[in-house]
Write a protein that binds this ligand. Structure first.
Ligand code: PMP
Length: 366
């Protein structure tokens, strides 16, 4: 941790695509903060749809509702200006790639096996993908930070996507290494730490680093620990100037009003308490399932996980998949991923569902 610097690092704005630095984006009907009682500036319907009991859906929503931004900033421990809300962290990844990487020129770094959307967005945007695979030894996954630095500095990389806890590995990345990497890549690349599963880990978030190390960007989501995948609420947390640029690169009205309402309800104090209870339960279930599976016949390895899922290698993954499916249990087949040709990823379910999985994989017939 002694790598934390006292003074702030240089502005990350130099990393924004040069042609987008003064890009105004689309000026939507909600961009201008005007006052009035008769709103006739957005070609909306003057009457609500019959299904719209509150009459709010006839209006375009606020692009970045202040109450939601404030609530998320409090939740994540940053300033509201350091946060952009999007349609899940999926959209946040997309906006980052589009704002930072010049199509046909720049590159991103990923560490496979990892979340597939970094590469998908890069591909769609005409951006090269440099893979520095995670290394696995004795059941531990490690990122080769030296190789990442070297590749970033020599291969035109503008974005480094780190996933911690990693999907599908469940492994945490050491924060000291993340800081050191960001320092080495200062003014050269943004280091994006995807913390979709951090609530399930016993580790501090990288959000506390962005004040001093301004090329660190953090992704968070309400889809996992907050049980709101259907509401599609994700956040980018980054330097305030960078957030301002990302906002201009985003779709005009990214957040459906109903989803914003749901998210606000889910962040109210009594719901937050329930969220903590759910997280504790998932963590307990996860550690128990790993232990149970680790001792089961036909299982090569069940990796300890800091997420809400467990990665498992099998002697015969096909047979395991078939046994699970025969009992109606659907898990993620990882076998098409290089290095994981014998693996399945199992999300934690309710205690009953986890017990069912354990019994099936332990050779039972359940
Ligand atoms: N990051 C990681 C590591 C994920 O696993 C996922 C979803 N599986 C996402 C981001 C996207 O999450 P969402 O768009 O629902 O916020």
């Amino acid at each position: 941790m002694n790598a934390i610097v006292d003074t702030a690092s240089p502005s990350p704005l130099v990393l924004v695509r040069e042609d987008l630095r003064d890009f105004a984006g689309y000026r939507s009907a909600r961009s201008d903060r005007m006052r009035g009682d008769v709103w006739l500036n957005a070609n909306e319907s003057p009457w609500p749809n019959l299904s719209d009991r509150d009459g709010v859906l006839r209006r375009y929503p606020d692009p970045q509702p202040q109450v939601l931004c404030d609530a998320l900033a409090t939740l994540y421990g940053c300033a509201p200006e350091q946060l952009l809300v999007g349609r899940g962290s999926d959209e946040c990844i997309d906006v980052l790639v589009r704002a930072i990487c010049r199509p046909g020129g720049d590159a991103i770094i990923v560490n496979t096996p990892t979340f597939g959307m970094y590469a998908v967005n890069a591909r769609l945007h005409g951006t090269r993908i440099v893979d520095i695979p995670l290394r696995e030894r004795d059941g531990e996954w490690r990122c080769d930070f030296n190789a990442v630095t070297e590749a970033a500095l020599t291969q035109g990389v503008r974005l480094v996507f780190l996933c911690s806890p990693g999907n599908p590995t469940g492994a945490l990345l050491p924060q000291g290494e993340i800081i050191a990497l960001a320092q080495r890549l200062q003014s050269r690349a943004l280091v994006v730490v995807d913390e979709a599963y951090i609530e399930f880990a016993d580790a501090p978030s990288a959000t506390r680093l962005i004040d001093t190390q301004r090329n660190i960007v953090v992704l968070r989501t309400l889809s996992k620990a907050h049980a709101l995948a259907g509401a599609r609420i994700g956040s980018v947390i980054a330097d305030a100037q960078l957030i301002e640029v990302l906002r201009r690169c985003q779709a005009p009205y990214p957040l459906p009003a109903a989803c914003v309402d749901e998210a606000l309800r889910a962040l109210a104090p009594h719901a937050a308490l329930q969220t903590r209870t759910r997280i504790a339960q998932v963590r307990g279930e996860r550690d128990r399932l790993v232990q149970q599976l680790a001792g089961s016949p036909g299982i090569r390895r069940a990796y300890p996980s800091h997420g809400n899922f467990v990665l498992v290698r099998f002697d015969d993954a096909q047979a395991a998949l078939e046994r699970l499916l025969a009992a109606g249990v659907v898990v993620r087949d990882m076998r098409a991923t290089p290095g994981l040709e014998d693996a399945l990823r199992i999300s934690l379910g309710t205690p009953e569902q986890n017990a069912l999985v354990a019994s099936i994989l332990h050779g039972g017939t359940a």
